[in-house]
Write a protein that binds this ligand. Structure first.
Ligand SMILES: [Zn+2]
Length: 153
């Protein structure tokens, strides 16, 4: 669009230059008067189109800045999802004695006994959050999303 408008400005200016060349050789007062009026119209037209282009350019620069921000945000999101996808392979979903599902590392250092459980709700949202729990009644809660349950019931 801007290219077409820029070409129109150039064509208008070329038309004005051609008219000037034509008028240079004229001694006809009426022809000169009409030519000057035409030149004035052409220059106003070119000026309006040029101002539109400047406005379009400012909008395009603004739009490009917004798109660049969006691209950066999407790249960060892709990196986060990719990292989670690779990291999530280290975890497995396990069913607790009471039938509830949580996540645990597949091979926790020190073995499964005492290994932390991870919040199922956060895991589905691609976030790893360690469940906090009480030994006495197996009540566990997520400090991130506030999910909670008694895992042995
Ligand atoms: Zn959670």
């Amino acid at each position: 669009m801007a290219v077409i408008e820029a070409a129109a400005v150039v064509n208008t200016l070329k038309g004005a230059a051609d008219l000037i060349d034509k008028l240079r050789g004229s001694d006809d007062r009426d022809q000169l008067r009409a030519g000057v009026a035409s030149l004035a119209d052409m220059l106003v037209d070119a000026r309006v189109k040029a101002l539109d282009l400047i406005g379009d350019r400012a909008l395009l620069i603004d739009e490009r800045a917004k798109l660049n921000e969006r691209v950066k945000a999407l790249e960060a999101e892709v990196a986060r999802v990719t990292d989670f996808g690779e990291n999530s392979q280290k975890y497995e979903r396990i069913r607790m004695p009471g039938g509830k599902f949580v996540f645990r590392e597949k091979n926790p250092p020190g073995g499964n006994a005492g290994a932390p459980f991870f919040c199922p709700q956060c895991f589905m949202k691609q976030h790893i959050s360690i469940l906090q729990g009480r030994i006495i009644d197996s009540f566990h809660f997520c400090p991130n999303c506030k999910w909670n349950d008694h895992l042995n019931e």
